[in-house]
Design a protein around this ligand. Structure first.
Ligand SMILES: C[S@@+](CC[C@H](N)C(=O)[O-])C[C@H]1O[C@@H](n2cnc3c(N)ncnc32)[C@H](O)[C@@H]1O
Length: 215
């Protein structure tokens, strides 16, 4: 665990992400919970703790500075993470951006139950798990995020009723998904593609920021 902590701190440094000791502890405790419950809940195919740190934790943390900037500029208060699985990036966002109320929705009951368990175990009053299909949700959110979920078209089509009129979609993607962007419905526009650098991971990553087109 000590080695993981060192690497996490190095990663946060590289991202210029300043977190409190309590937040760093919550991130490490979350990693431990993921490892512990992965066998039971089948939360992720990644089993190796080292790989979980780079491929899941640091990968999700790379999106935190852009999210913080957005929240500060727009005063966003709520975020929905769609197809959150074991809580990526939703749990990481809840830890690092405590002013946001984060809801993680997943169709698989045991994954939503894990999020509830993580919220209690990590004492995150701003996190909840919802067991549902995103298409069924009736509340609206300021930010709707996803990672490794679906094409941009399916993501935005299925979650459009859950996005507040002035809200934004934050889709975490690998290489800039040019074909997926071209296939979006005409009611959705991409307003920014933001390149990300993930520490200790040699891979292309970006955020596709989208919003509803005002008719
Ligand atoms: C490949 S996993 C990605 C998990 C996580 N976001 C990550 O990056 O590791 C996709 C998740 O989406 C969930 N899912 C699929 N269709 C969904 C829907 N319509 N509404 C909510 N969740 C859905 C699946 O159960 C699965 O947990």
């Amino acid at each position: 665990m000590r080695a993981l902590q060192e690497e996490l701190l190095q990663g946060l440094d590289a991202l210029q992400l300043s977190l409190s000791d309590a937040q760093v502890s919550q991130l490490l405790d979350y990693l431990e919970l993921l490892q512990k419950w992965n066998r039971v809940y089948n939360l992720t195919a990644v089993r190796d703790p080292q790989e979980m740190l780079t491929h899941h934790l640091l990968d999700s943390l790379a999106a935190v500075p852009p999210l913080q900037r957005h929240v500060q500029q727009q005063g966003s208060k709520t975020l929905l993470d769609v197809g959150s699985g074991g809580g990526l990036p939703g749990v990481v966002f809840a830890i690092c951006v405590p002013e946001l109320q984060v809801s993680c929705v997943d169709t698989v009951g045991k994954k939503a139950a894990f999020i509830q368990q993580a919220a209690a175990g990590l004492r995150l009053a701003n996190l909840r798990g919802i067991h549902a299909r995103v298409e069924q949700l009736t509340d609206v959110y300021d930010v709707v995020s996803s990672r490794a979920f679906a094409t941009l078209k399916d993501f935005t089509d299925w979650s459009q009723q859950a996005l507040a009129p002035e809200g934004v979609w934050l889709a975490m993607k690998g290489k800039e998904p040019v074909d997926e962007m071209a296939a979006l419905s005409s009611s959705v526009e991409v307003f920014h593609v933001e390149q990300l650098t993930v520490p200790m991971l040699d891979a292309q990553r970006c955020i596709v920021w989208m919003r509803k087109v005002v008719a």
